[in-house]
Design a protein around this ligand. Structure first.
Ligand SMILES: Nc1ncnc2c1ncn2[C@@H]1O[C@H](COP(=O)(O)OP(=O)(O)OP(=O)(O)O)[C@@H](O)[C@H]1O
Length: 791
């Protein structure tokens, strides 16, 4: 029986902020004054550090004293256990399939490591949470099987290392549609007891990079993330449900001023990197705080590895706790105020918490496995390269050749970093554009509403509010455009760097005669590219999965909006021989417009993978306009394979070739509003016109309501610029764009000459490169941008 999944119910949670003030250290007691007053368990006062005031401050009664309130405040007399007691309920959710994140934030020497790791007398949050998890599993009365695993990583100078590996190589981040950001190749060790994890924790901590600085004798130079995963599986059940809870415990490196830490050389460089990633974190907190009040500001997660790792914890599926650590010393006043400023802003952050139930999309899991295998192979090859190099270094006669070889090695790792960086920048740009598209939609709506209100309103109060909101949206658009311009510049720099690297590699290879080494090197590079390509594939699938999830949610909303209750939906599904996974069905929210007829048949048509002979009625259409974002979904007539088209306001930078020439677009491409060209990509082995016939909006059987719906909604018609169709056919041999710059990717692949797989030429806008055979994995879902007729 085919099965679909009911979207799990989400709960909006506020980020919980706890402030912890440590006692004065022995050294501080001699030189500093205590300036923190904890007034009650939720508020504190930072006293003015200046005892003597100048005349002007005195007569104007100016003071630097500041008052704050948070979810919890702990004074110098409190232990880690006191803090833990107030947050332990969050940890308990992890064994029920919920995610939680706890991170300590504060300046260097303020007590982050003490809070997270602790001492034997005062164990920290990492230790206490582990004990809770194992205690709860032990006490659990159900017959479920719980499996606990843990990983421990550090981010040092923007490079990720595995703290559970003796000599870990550089690890890379990957975006997983189901599990969010994951670190490829990171070891996850299954553990049976809290003691075993504590052993691993101690081992990892001993590998962590620390330095003695002026501000702290054992200052952490890296950000450390301990992740505990609890998988809970029903025993002896066919198709058993799996709950997968995750707890991330983060000890950040301390922010500092170079002048205060009195460091130079490597220490100074470390400090600069630490500060950069903490600044990126602060910027994310700022943007997220702003988003709650003002909506749709771009959150620059991509500006550092740390923020990418923390993304889920900051805005995704996680109940998150920020522990802001402060020093009570008067000479730390500015650091303290700074920490409390961000903690205060973080109170505004909201996350969406839902249970992680079961698994879907097995083909995605297969891709992940492939990528993981490739990552492991790359690591082995890296090691081989290093060994080969050290062997060569032993022979002094070959010193000159050795230098050349290590130069080659540097170049080749430079190339892979360069590729990763470009992928990241392009994705950032894509996200920025999406954010601004939504901003522009809201702007358009606001303009219309303002125009209407101006006619009817007498005192102008509502118009004033709307105008204020309009200005906020304009500011957001401007900020996002500025950020986008920055990313575009970075991409240009990255491109230049790539060409330089490639030239240098080619020259070095042509001058060098060491065949074995070159063989390993070329294998390494090829695997690197295969890996990159798979990551692109994954990104495409992410998009498809995202779209499908959105469509599923819309369909659920429609069904519930029609007045069907959960039981009726279940009965209908059972009649269609469709199994509904997931126990909870969300309330019908955000439903705006429904296109009938036959909406109730839309689920089978869309959800149902074509492995069954079951057929469904012809057309179904869901029209939705939600939070300023509009989309239209169609299902195909019954004799065709299930197809869904979405129209959306989207024009991606990925889809625009750099030369911007007309020829880079299809014959179907036309100029959209604003004079921007709209790209069109064709499926392989299919004539151009046929590609368009695939969209129901253009064929003989258009969606019965789309045109009317469109023309009845003036805003929408204005905004619709591009249509994407999703062809979801069994054994499809198609791969197509999903916001990716194929021209780029193709050039990238071509630059790795001899590579035996590439993208099909027909996916390239008027491709001039038609050499490589197609590399198409099974079960691929096609995604294609499309022109909306008459838009
Ligand atoms: N609650 C506390 N009680 C007693 N001593 C503490 C407490 N918190 C921190 N300390 C002490 O303060 C010093 C600095 O603490 P810690 O190393 O945890 O700071 P940090 O914020 O992690 O610094 P960095 O960012 O430089 O790594 C240590 O000597 C630690 O033992």
């Amino acid at each position: 029986m085919p099965s679909i999944r009911a979207p799990s119910s989400k709960r909006t949670a506020s980020l919980l902020v706890a402030v912890k003030c440590r006692p004065l250290t022995d050294a501080e007691q001699k030189r500093s004054r205590h300036i923190i007053q904890v007034t009650d368990d939720k508020s504190l006062i930072v006293l003015d550090p200046d005892l003597s005031k100048d005349y002007l401050d005195l007569i104007q009664n100016r003071t630097k004293e500041r008052r704050y309130s948070f979810d919890h405040v702990f004074g110098p007399g409190c232990s880690n256990v006191d803090l833990y007691r107030n947050i332990s309920s969050t940890i308990a959710g992890v064994i029920q399939g919920l995610n939680a994140t706890i991170f300590a934030y504060g300046s260097t020497g303020s007590g982050k490591t003490y809070t997270m790791v602790g001492t034997s007398k005062d164990p920290g949050l990492m230790v206490l949470s582990l004990h809770t998890i194992f205690d709860l599993i032990k006490k659990d009365k159900s017959s479920d099987i719980c499996e606990v695993s843990c990983s421990y990583l550090e981010v040092y100078n923007e490079v990720i290392y595995d703290l559970l590996e003796k000599s870990s190589g550089h690890l890379e981040l990957r975006e997983d549609p189901q599990h969010g950001i994951v670190v490829a190749g990171l070891r996850s060790i299954k553990v049976q007891s809290a003691d075993r994890i504590l052993e691993l924790l101690n081992l990892g901590n001993s590998r962590r990079k620390t330095e003695s600085t002026e501000a702290n004798a054992t200052s952490s130079r890296s950000h450390a993330v301990l992740e505990i995963t609890v998988k809970r599986k029903q025993r002896n059940q066919y198709q058993s449900q799996i709950l997968r809870g995750k707890l991330a415990l983060v000890d950040l490196a301390g922010s500092e001023r170079a002048s205060e830490t009195n460091s130079g050389g490597q220490k100074l460089r470390d400090g600069a990197n630490i500060n950069r990633s903490l600044l990126a974190l602060a910027n994310c907190i700022n943007a997220l705080g702003k988003q709650q009040k003002k909506g749709l500001a771009y959150v620059p997660y991509r500006n550092s590895k740390l923020t990418r790792i923390l993304k889920d914890g900051l805005s995704g599926n996680s109940q998150t706790i920020m522990v802001a650590t402060i020093s009570p010393a008067d000479d730390q006043y500015h650091h303290t105020i700074n920490t409390l400023k961000y903690a205060d802003r973080a109170k505004e952050i909201k996350t969406q918490v839902h249970k992680n139930i079961g698994t879907i999309d097995t083909h995605v899991a297969d891709y992940q496995r492939m990528i993981d295998t490739l990552q492991i192979e790359i690591c082995c090859l890296r090691k081989e390269l290093a060994e080969k190099e050290s062997q060569l270094n032993i022979k002094p006669a070959e010193k000159a050749a050795d230098n050349e070889l290590s130069w080659l090695n540097i170049l080749s790792s430079g190339t892979s970093e360069n590729v990763q960086e470009r992928i990241n920048l392009q994705k950032a740009l894509f996200e920025l554009e999406e954010t601004n598209i939504r901003n522009r939609i809201e702007l358009q709506h606001l303009d219309d509403v303002i125009a209407m209100e101006e006619v009817v309103e007498t005192d102008g109060a509502v118009v004033q509010v709307l105008r204020t909101r309009r200005q906020v949206i304009l500011d957001n658009i401007r900020d996002n455009d500025e950020a986008g311009a920055g990313y575009k510049k970075d991409i240009e720099i990255n491109e230049k760097h790539r060409h330089q690297l490639q030239d240098m590699i080619d020259e070095a290879i042509s001058n060098n005669g060491n065949r074995t080494y070159l063989h390993i090197l070329s294998q390494y590079r090829l695997l690197g590219m295969a890996n990159t390509e798979l990551q692109f594939e994954m990104a495409m699938r992410d998009q498809v999965i995202h779209d499908q999830r959105e469509a599923m949610t819309n369909l659920w909303n429609v069904l519930l909006g029609l007045g069907l209750d959960q039981q009726q939906i279940m009965d209908l599904a059972a009649k269609q021989r469709i199994k509904i996974d997931g126990s909870s069905i969300p309330g019908a929210s955000n439903l705006s417009t429904i296109c009938s007829p036959v909406v109730s048949h839309a689920i089978p048509r869309f959800m149902y993978h074509s492995s069954s002979s079951q057929t469904y009625p012809s057309n179904a259409c869901i029209f939705q306009q939600q939070q300023g974002h509009s989309s239209i979904a169609y299902s195909r007539p019954q004799n065709d394979s299930p197809t869904v088209c979405r129209e959306e306001h989207q024009s991606s930078y990925y889809l625009h070739p750099h030369d911007n020439s007309q020829s880079a677009y299809s014959e179907m491409g036309e100029r959209g509003s604003g004079g921007r060209l709209k790209p069109c990509f064709y499926p392989p082995n299919r004539p151009t016109q046929d590609a368009c016939n695939f969209c129901p909006a253009m064929n003989a059987q258009p969606c019965p309501c789309s045109k009317e719906q469109l023309s009845s909604d003036k805003d929408l018609r204005h905004q619709l610029k591009q249509e994407r169709w999703i062809s979801n056919r069994q054994n499809s041999q198609e791969v197509s764009p999903s916001g990716l710059n194929y021209q780029h990717l193709y050039e990238e692949l071509a630059s790795y000459g001899g590579l035996n797989y590439g993208l099909h030429e027909s996916y390239l806008p008027h491709s001039s490169l038609k050499r490589h055979p197609v590399f198409v994995p099974h079960g691929v879902v096609g995604v294609r941008p499309f022109n909306v007729p008459g838009s």
